[in-house]
Ligand binder design. Structure first.
Ligand code: C5P
Length: 230
């Protein structure tokens, strides 16, 4: 089966909205951007609206985890702003995921965060009050619940992409951070993959921050990553 080309999402992990917009002025071919908690808390919806007005697809990564009614309300607000993709935390459970999926409708692609990559098996088991867990089994379990609850897909590391793709079938969105070209520094990422390998394993969206943000020529880095993902 030929895997379709993945979208490259530029993670706007910059301290201010002004810096994010200046970066985007240098990335005329970017189609997708990720807005996370830090810049969203600082700048609020005005930044999202500006990005949408510029014709960009906005991935709002706030990892909602609350009672179903509250998460559904947040999803509706995001949808009203024209957000194209957003995250909810799978640990919120099936009732929360189902309420979120209903609120998202067809135009907002909701994806589930499975196990945060900052967890190791012992820390995750302790947080759940269990004796021991296999993180890959946990990722797959959450991924199946997310899809059964009506979500469009999940976020996973390159390490789990092939397994999750096999478990979920071909339609799910797999949003994959930790993308590095051969010469990129890994930074604090442990489980990385090149764009081509991630796409081969089943990624539909690649989230890329520092390899673009810290490049001397961000447009060139972006184009190279898109080329490798194609
Ligand atoms: O700079 P870098 O390419 O490592 O950025 C990756 C982006 O993806 C960051 O915004 C980071 O917070 C996010 N992310 C991640 N690992 C996850 C989930 C999200 O790196 N498991």
């Amino acid at each position: 089966m030929t895997q379709p080309r993945a979208e490259v999402i530029v993670a706007l992990d910059l301290p201010t909205g002004a810096e994010a917009l200046r970066l985007l002025d240098r990335l005329p071919r970017a189609r997708w951007v990720k807005v996370g908690s830090i810049v969203m808390t600082r700048e609020g919806p005005a930044l999202v609206r500006e990005l949408v007005d510029r014709g960009l697809r906005v991935f709002l990564d706030l990892k909602w985890h609350d009672i179903p009614n509250t998460v559904a309300g947040a999803v509706e607000s995001a949808r009203g702003m024209g957000v194209a993709m957003a995250t909810v935390h799978c640990l919120g459970g099936a009732a929360m995921l189902e309420a979120a999926a209903r609120a998202a409708g067809a135009e907002l692609g909701l994806v589930g965060v499975t196990v945060l990559t900052s967890h190791d098996a012992a820390g995750y088991a302790a947080a759940l009050g269990r004796d021991g867990v296999d993180l890959e089994v946990e990722v797959e379990r959450h991924a199946r619940t997310a899809l059964a609850s009506g979500l469009r897909g999940i976020v996973c590391s390159p390490h789990e992409t092939a397994r999750v793709r096999a478990a979920l079938g071909s339609a799910a969105w797999l949003v994959v951070p930790g993308i590095r070209r051969a010469d990129d520094s890994t930074g604090d990422q442990v489980r990385t993959a090149g764009p081509a390998a991630a796409v081969r394993d089943g990624a539909t969206h690649l989230v890329v921050g520092r390899p673009i943000l810290e490049a001397a020529d961000p447009a060139r880095a972006f184009d190279e990553i898109v080329g490798e993902a194609g």
